[in-house]
Ligand binder design. Structure first.
Ligand code: ADP
Ligand code: MG
Length: 704
């Protein structure tokens, strides 16, 4: 790291001050045993936890006005006394709470929709502060869902202009929380010890820790608040990137079989392939082959749009492995996908001596035991199965390569679950969900990436249409024409059944309507995630063979299904899906040499949804759509905890903190290459934080 000697030293807290940070929250001024229990629910057990319980928002009082002086179009605050409280409800479980406040100049009505509990928070005569963008309705000023500060009846004017808003739990008010945090900051923040070396603070212009803790809870203005926030965002992302970098270097230190794709092996494999590879496939294959030739494990992500031909790239890697007498495993998240891979493999390997087995929940106990024994003995070269089955049960004799399809459904940790014995397998993970760059830096920060940007030639873009309700009959006419030509069709709906809470179309309803209506002359099948694996298999087989012409389904068909004769897809309730997901769905049609068509039935959508779907119809670039989706909807499920296995981010927002992420990542990589074990005294605190937070999740070598 940079030479820090010429920089002034950061003041060090006394040992006593440091120790006091661990004070149980019960003994913090203003807490006591009752509130300590409430705070515990928020994960707060010590004074230190309070210091790092960051506001989730701020109430901006810098523009406070009398009611008569309000202006439309910008956020302002008003102070008034509660005159009236009302509540009403309408159909579909909608409810409305409204509170009328007055000051010397007039009245203002605040309303909350679908938050009936708000009603109990107010009583007539209360003094409070509302902050929101006001609107003039007729003669009455209104605010919807304003931020609220309850003022003690005789409270002096608040001097802060930016009030912290904390996440609360029942029984704890915003006012109490503010007081508790404030007294913790006053009393304990002096004991905090800076984690960053001075040179790093300097270089990235990061606010020092103690100052930042004080400023984030009680900023003097927005600028100071943002600088404090940036420090913590940087720190959070930096620590995560440190963990990912270290994991990556630990992975690289493992031993793996050297599996070079020699000219002979290459020629033998290529003879099996039924088509010319695209240039993208060539590139990806050479990147993979270069990795597998080394004596340390490959850790590579292969990303490529739907239909870009990832499977064949994976098969190349698997056959290379088998050619060296080592075993390969291919895992996919669903049985349907596993079977499809098995079909592909069966065709490809018809004339070869490769021995492979299919392992899913569907095989009988006896078959399964035989397969497991053969794999352990090394007489089976390739195992294909669902993630759960393969990972839990199989002992390999000499596992050389693991391929995981649709990686984003799996966690970071699972990647190493198959490691057995001294030698680690090479790892190839594939995803057809284009992942926005900020997310992949986080989810896959420890992987190398190959990308298939090109579709196999002959493949055409899917023609996508938005279908307004009064054009639906014409759309179904179009679908029937395709069916009469001998093609097949998908109909996709967001839900399995009608739901009481959600007014979205279901597979059950769509099937019912279509069999009795627009598609009554055709053979329809139904597919969804709640069916047994045998039912699903039968349904898919019927569709694949053409016995059913139309498959009405949930998004279970999203992942990887390949039925080239299916050329039309209808999506009902399209606004329920993310763009990346819709793109996946639409990738199911137009897979043969014929053009594909996708109709999105709009139903009743708002303008935002309509323009999102318009953008979707206009683009066929999965990566661009993923970035757009990310901008509009945030990381959504992609960053759901169960899927990636990392603890959630507390302050960083991957949507808006992208630049900070890039900086933190660069700096973390530099630091790890300088000091791989973070052994330097300057890095001790970072190391401790990194291990404390990610050591277990990322299975980093020396936790503790
Ligand atoms: P994905 O990347 O979505 O997993 P697949 O591997 O399933 O895509 O490939 C989609 C289809 O394209 C398959 O039918 C496959 O056989 C075909 N395909 C793959 N590569 C080529 C190629 N180079 N030329 C022609 N067809 C190809
Ligand atoms: Mg695939």
């Amino acid at each position: 790291m940079r030479d820090a000697s010429e920089l002034h030293a950061v003041p060090q807290p006394t040992a006593e001050a440091k120790r006091r940070l661990a004070t149980p929250v019960e003994y913090v001024r203003g807490v006591g045993p009752g509130r300590a229990e409430l705070l515990q629910r928020l994960g707060i057990r010590t004074a230190m936890h309070l210091l790092f319980y960051f506001p989730r928002d701020y109430q901006d009082l810098s523009d406070e006005r009398t009611i008569a002086n309000l202006e439309e179009g910008r956020s302002q605050s008003v102070r008034g006394v509660v005159a009236e409280i009302g509540a009403s409800s309408s159909g579909f479980g909608r409810s409305r709470v409204s509170v009328l406040i007055g000051d010397d100049t007039g009245h203002l009505r605040a309303t909350w929709f679908n938050q009936p509990f708000m009603r109990d928070k107010f009583r007539p005569g209360q003094h409070l502060l509302f902050t929101a963008v006001p609107r003039l309705r007729g003669l009455m000023w209104e605010m919807s869902h304003p931020q609220v500060t309850f003022l003690a009846d005789e409270e002096a004017p608040l001097d802060a202009k930016l009030l912290p808003v904390y996440g609360l739990t029942e029984g704890l008010s915003q006012y109490q929380m503010r007081r508790i945090v404030k007294s913790a900051v006053d009393e304990f923040s002096g004991g905090l010890e800076e984690a960053f070396p001075p040179a790093l603070l300097e270089h990235y212009q990061l606010m020092p820790l103690v100052e930042a803790v004080r400023a984030i809870h009680a900023p003097t203005d927005r600028d100071q608040m943002q600088r404090a926030r940036r420090r913590f965002v940087f720190q959070e992302l930096f620590v995560l990137q440190l963990a990912l970098s270290i994991r990556r270097s630990e992975q690289r230190a493992l031993k793996a079989y050297e599996l070079p794709a020699t000219a002979r092996i290459d020629a033998r494999i290529r003879r099996l392939l039924p088509f010319e590879l695209t240039a993208s496939q060539h590139t990806a294959i050479s990147e993979i082959a270069a990795d597998m030739a080394l004596d340390r494990p490959m850790n590579r992500l292969l990303q490529g749009d739907v239909g870009s031909g990832k499977t064949i790239v994976a098969l190349y890697a698997m056959l290379t492995c088998v050619a060296h007498g080592k075993q390969a495993a291919l895992m996919a998240p669903t049985e349907i996908l596993v079977r499809q891979h098995a079909d592909t493999l069966a065709k490809l390997l018809e004339a070869s001596r490769v021995r492979w087995a299919l392992l899913t929940g569907g095989v009988t106990r006896g078959e399964r035991e035989q397969i497991l024994a053969d794999v352990a003995a090394g007489t089976i070269d390739v195992v294909i199965g669902t993630h759960a089955v393969v990972q839990e049960a199989v002992q390999f004799k000499q596992l050389g390569l693991v391929v995981v399809d649709e990686q984003h459904k799996f966690g970071v940790r699972q990647r190493s679950a198959l490691r057995q014995g001294e030698v680690a397998p090479h790892y190839l993970v594939m995803t057809a969900t284009p992942i926005p760059r900020t997310l992949s830096m986080t989810l896959f920060g420890d992987l190398d990436v190959s990308t298939l940007r090109m579709l196999p030639s002959g493949r055409q873009a899917v023609n996508t249409y938005l279908v307004e309700p009064d054009h639906e009959p014409r759309w179904w006419h179009f679908v029937r024409e395709r069916l009469h030509e001998g093609r097949q069709a998908f109909v996709v709906a967001p839900l399995v059944d009608e739901s009481e809470n959600v007014s979205a179309p279901s597979v059950a309803a769509a099937f019912e309507q279509l069999t009795n209506g627009e598609l009554h002359a055709f053979r329809l099948g139904v597919l969804h995630g709640r069916m047994s694996s045998a039912e699903k298999q039968r349904t898919m087989a019927e569709f694949r063979s053409g016995a059913t012409q139309v498959l009405v389904s949930t998004s279970v068909i999203e992942v990887g299904i390949d039925v080239p004769n299916a050329t039309v897809m209808t999506v009902v309730g399209a606004d329920r899906f993310g763009l990346a997901q819709l793109h996946q769905l639409r990738g199911r049609v137009g897979r043969g040499s014929r053009a594909g068509y996708c109709g999105l039935l709009l139903g009743e959508v708002n303008d935002a949804a309509r323009s999102r779907l318009q953008a979707f119809a206009a683009s066929n670039d999965g990566f661009a759509l993923a970035e757009l989706d990310f901008e509009l909807r945030g990381p959504g499920d992609l960053f759901g905890t169960q899927q990636h296995g990392l603890p959630p981010l507390r302050i960083a927002n991957l949507q808006t903190d992208r630049e900070t992420l890039e900086e933190a990542r660069r700096e973390a990589q530099l630091l790890v290459s300088d000091d791989p074990g973070l052994k330097h005294a300057d890095h001790a605190r970072l190391r401790q934080q990194m291990l404390g937070r990610y050591g277990k999740a990322l299975e980093l070598g020396d936790v503790g």
